[in-house]
Write a protein of this length. Structure first.
Length: 366
């Protein structure tokens, strides 16, 4: 009960692990959720996965992420992923904002962060020998297609929020998904429609990766929309987590013809929330929110409640900490770094499970 991690697996993944263990050679895809600084708790696990475990069984793998998840994908695709994840964590923690920063200020700060994070590494990320990055963004429709000012954007997102209260299908009238990804991976399993959102696919290149990463993490109203990403459809772009917060995608299509195409999902929670606007609605969280068979081949690895109780304030890092700590940046940074350091226990627990699977840690994913 005091283990640092929880492991939840769909029925195909559960049977596969019981028969063969958790093997790097069987991992075909790795999702990375939106969620701001919460994703940083996985830093040590990410460094072990991409710096040690997965390189031992090289094969083509899709890495798909939104927002901070897209940034983690960019770290994983660098030649030295251990250093890249460290750089990402250090830069993210070091952010300092004045009280009530303008959207222009926050956007400029994030552009500077990304320049320090991926500057000089663009070709490495987009041409990795094995990893196939796919970055999720959101493009506005209707009032959000090209808002002329902040009030116009507020009205557009207000309408989108009301539409989402009715259903995610109604949200599709206001937002559409854009996947900016590696052209070597056609992502066919995503191209057959699986939800109401219109989805565009465009090629990720060294010339558009900075804009794609910025767009994937652009918070509505807190940041300025990213305009006209090179090679992508024209328009205004925001955070990919608006549609794909925890990436509720049809992963089972990967294993339609084989039992070995598993999806390993390092996550900061043990459940899936489809979209960012769904967070306040518990009926759209967890198994009820995702078509049951989509997760048949998925293994979610997440921090346990016992682990969370060891962190500052007994919880994960949170974007609201910028408000919670106010101008006391030093304390926030110290606590965030302490929490990230505790993430080494998640890494060690997963490595131990891989070496000697413990059936008591493995639960069915509902």
């Amino acid at each position: 009960m005091n283990a640092p991690i929880c492991l939840h697996a769909g029925p195909k993944a559960l049977a596969h692990i019981k028969a063969h263990g958790l093997r790097a050679q069987d991992i075909a895809a790795i999702p990375a959720a939106a969620g701001g600084p919460r994703g940083l708790i996985l830093q040590a696990m990410d460094q072990w996965l991409f710096g040690e475990w997965l390189p031992g069984a090289p094969r083509e793998r899709m890495l798909i992420g939104a927002s901070i998840g897209a940034w983690r994908v960019a770290a994983a695709c660098q030649h030295d992923p251990v250093a890249a994840f460290q750089r990402l964590g250090d830069l993210y923690c070091a952010q300092r904002y004045p009280r009530n920063p303008s959207p222009a200020h926050v956007s400029a700060a994030c552009k500077e962060l990304l320049a320090s994070f991926i500057g000089g590494y663009e070709t490495e990320i987009t041409q990795h020998p094995y990893h196939r990055p796919q970055l999720l963004t959101v493009r506005g429709r209707g009032w959000l297609q090209q808002p002329s000012n902040k009030m116009h954007a507020i009205a557009g997102f207000g309408a989108a929020t009301l539409a989402n209260l009715r259903s995610r299908a109604h949200l599709s009238h206001h937002l559409e998904r854009v996947v900016i990804g590696d052209s070597r991976d056609p992502a066919d399993w995503l191209k057959t429609p699986f939800d109401a959102f219109k989805t565009h696919f465009t090629t990720l290149t060294p010339d558009n990766i900075a804009a794609a990463l910025l767009a994937s993490g652009t918070l509505p109203l807190i940041m300025e929309p990213v305009q006209n990403i090179p090679q992508a459809p024209p328009g205004s772009y925001w955070d990919g987590g608006l549609i794909d917060y925890h990436l509720a995608l049809p992963y089972s299509r990967l294993s339609a013809h084989t039992t070995g195409e598993l999806v390993l999902y390092p996550h900061f929670t043990d459940h899936i929330v489809p979209g960012w606007l769904d967070k306040p609605m518990p009926w759209r969280c967890g198994g009820r929110a995702v078509q049951r068979d989509w997760l048949d081949n998925v293994i979610i690895v997440s921090p346990s409640p016992a682990f969370l109780r060891t962190l500052p304030h007994n919880r994960l890092l949170d974007r609201e900490d910028f408000t919670f700590y106010g101008m006391d940046h030093d304390t926030r940074i110290k606590n965030w770094q302490q929490a990230i350091g505790q993430g080494k226990r998640l890494r060690d627990a997963l490595a131990a499970f891989v070496a000697a699977p413990d059936a008591t840690l493995l639960q069915a994913l509902h």
